[in-house]
Design a protein around this ligand. Structure first.
Ligand code: NAP
Length: 503
């Protein structure tokens, strides 16, 4: 391996060792020791971030854009080494990590160009009306300002695009907020090499070193210490419902509660309307199988549930089964995620009325696809069947008629996505489903598959709880920068005292 991690934390420009270590658990290749994070390091990083805010929070948009671009350049300069350690730690194929690197650098550059334009600042101006009766109106201007130091918990399944220099970090830095990352224990070496890239950009541009710190995990109190630190003003999190909820509750219980932007799990239901199922059910079933098994099903947008008329379900299930059976075992991100997948399979299989369409053996860190089928009545009466199974597991929910399909739609909790497969003759049913789906999901798709989230201006990757802990936000796309800003009004303020972007 060309890159050998030293295992240290990056705290305000210094690489720091601690007393204890934990060992990485790569899918293949060499394991390394990493120093365990401590609350003392969290304190140091948060204090340095606060100190950095006094310069970085007031930097120009051009300075921050140049920083984001420099990080992208430094990541590219380490491209091969990042892919090498990333594939070893996560088991994801090299092609996937190369694509994800492009997505990460593309995201940094997109955010740079977005803040250069300045529209995200939502500048407003109500001019003074000195002669207004009965009361004169003062001059009032509004602009979005950065909130302060932000804590980031990266995703296990996107070791680049949603981790150390991923979406949350890029959004916070674009907004003007220093970042403290809690490294994900599934890819500490990938985290370290990306932190080195960010550190190099900080040094080149002469920024305050507290603008970015990475503290490796290994202990739960690193994460809890970070979200409860009084100097941390917001949290970006991608992970499980249980972990996210625990950290969200801690944020709410603080003496000064702070926003917790958690992107959690989702089952991403797919509704296959009758005409579409009749005309091209086979193609939809094959497409579904492909989307379900992509990346061993380890996508938060994995379409785990397909809803279809009972009368059309046999053919659909058979085609999906045949397509899924062509997928062999795929290595999962961690032993823990593989074991949770098997538990999830057992939970679904034990549900009343659930029929196995396809099972296989799934051992150690490998995942093989599973396919189950259940009637809408049994599904609606058992909440456990609507919970996410993180991995390549599909559940077909069969409905008697259009009315029951709408009942199923209404029974879902908040989702990242909901998908309609429909043809022209399905339009009326589609119209009846839309008001329900739009209340349930952050993104509603037609005739496609939700895996593959475009990073752009119009993207929403979020949704009502439990898809996310904040329905007003997205963690993908340029709108994600808004999470780390807050509006401030300036009343009758002399020009010289206004933020530069308002003058
Ligand atoms: P996870 O177990 O929740 O871990 C996420 C991070 O939170 C890790 O850094 C973990 O620390 C930390 N953490 C978890 N529970 C904690 C607690 N009680 N106290 C302090 N820190 C805690 O999730 P995961 O296994 O990495 O990822 C799989 C899940 O993520 C799936 O459910 C999937 O749907 C979801 N996901 C969602 C999205 C999305 O965009 N919505 C994207 C990808 C994945 P350690 O590293 O020490 O364990």
């Amino acid at each position: 391996m060309s890159f050998k991690p030293h295992g240290k934390h990056l705290v305000a420009g210094e690489w720091v060792a601690t007393d204890a270590t934990f060992r990485s658990e790569p899918a293949h290749g060499e394991a390394y020791d990493f120093f365990t994070g401590t609350v003392e390091l969290v304190n140091r990083a948060a204090e340095a971030a606060e100190e950095a805010f006094w310069s970085y929070g007031y930097s120009t948009r051009e300075q921050r854009a140049a920083f984001l671009e420099a990080i992208a350049d430094e990541i590219e300069a380490r491209g091969e080494a990042i892919t090498e350690i990333g594939t070893s730690e996560t088991g994801l194929p090299a092609g996937r990590l190369e694509g994800e690197r492009g997505r990460t650098t593309g995201q940094l550059r997109l955010f740079a160009s977005h803040i250069r334009k300045g529209d995200y600042l939502d500048r407003r101006h109500d001019e003074a009306l000195p002669n207004r009766k009965p009361l004169a109106r003062p001059d009032i201007r509004l602009i979005e300002r950065p909130v302060g130091p932000v804590a980031v918990f990266g995703a296990s399944n996107f070791p680049l695009a949603f981790s150390t220099a991923g979406g949350d970090t890029a959004a916070a830095l674009a907004a003007g907020c220093p970042v403290v990352v809690k490294g994900h224990s599934a890819h500490p070496g990938t985290g370290e090499i990306v932190a080195r890239a960010i550190h190099a950009a900080i040094v080149t541009l002469g920024l305050h070193p507290g603008v970015f710190s990475l503290i490796q995990g290994g202990r739960r109190d690193v994460g809890t210490g970070l979200v409860t630190h009084p100097l941390i003003k917001a949290v970006g999190f991608t992970g499980s419902l249980a972990g996210g909820r625990a950290l969200f509750d801690l944020c709410a219980k603080r003496p000064e509660p702070i926003p917790f932007f958690g992107e959690l799990g989702s089952v991403n239901p797919m509704f296959i309307l009758p005409e579409a199922a009749g005309a091209r059910g086979e193609a939809i079933a094959k497409g579904w199988a492909g989307s379900l098994t992509m990346g061993a099903g380890q996508f938060c947008t994995n379409p785990g549930i397909a809803v279809i008329l009972e009368a059309q379900a046999d053919a659909f299930a058979e085609t999906a089964r045949a397509a899924l059976s062509e997928t062999g075992p795929q290595v999962m991100l961690t032993d823990g995620i593989a074991s949770a997948y098997r538990d999830g399979r057992d939970r679904i299989a034990a549900g009343s009325g659930v029929r196995e369409v396809m099972t296989s053996t799934c051992d150690l860190r490998n995942a093989t696809p599973y396919l189950f089928r259940v009637s809408a009545k049994d599904w609606i009466s058992n909440h456990a069947l609507s919970e996410e199974v993180f991995g390549p597991l599909g559940l077909i929910v069969t409905v008697e008629d259009a009315g029951e399909m709408i009942e199923v739609a209404k029974s879902f909790e908040g989702q990242l996505t909901a998908t309609l497969h429909l043809d022209e003759a399905d339009t009326e049913l589609g119209r009846r489903l839309m008001p329900v789906l739009e209340r349930k999901a952050g993104r509603v798709l037609a005739n496609g598959y939700p895996t593959g989230v475009e990073v752009c201006d119009a993207m929403v990757h979020g949704g009502p709880y439990p898809a996310s802990t904040n329905f007003g936000a997205t963690s993908v796309g340029t709108l994600s920068i808004r999470r780390f800003l807050r509006p401030v009004s300036y009343q009758n303020m002399p020009q010289d005292l206004l933020p530069e972007d308002l003058r």
